[in-house]
Design a protein. Sequence first.
Length: 164
Amino acid sequence: MTTALQHDVAGFVYHEARLMDESRYSEWLDLWAPDALYWVPCDGDDGDPRNQISLIYDDRARIEDRVFRLNSSSAHSQDPPSRMCRIVGNVRVLSDEASRDGSGDEITVESSFVLVEVRRGHKNMYAGRTTHRLRPDGAGLRIVSKKVVLVDNDQYLGNLTFLL
């Protein structure tokens, strides 16, 4: 792993966080690969999301639906919209290797975050670890998968209709 790769990957992760915080959902959607998977486990760090309850388990089509709702006036649970600020740190490239299907290189990166969300005068704080699998393409990096493990995912979490 080179210093340049670490810098580029960290910049990508920070950029994604900024897009989510600023509710720039369409731009956020552009970061995702066509074969994307977005997973937020519930009640633990691992398991099989096809056989266990997850907070979020979205393929690309479901991610697009999520963005459509957030961009429309039909997201009643986000009226008024959440105001968010997250701090992302401890960004580490874990691997830089060929993708599982042999179609190209993939980069696995892990980071930690703290997110403060304010809505209707109420403040919530979330913290966790994110694992991104990124794939370079002609336009930069694309998210192949994103797994967000909240440290309190075994507790009542309330309204999570914003992006983690």
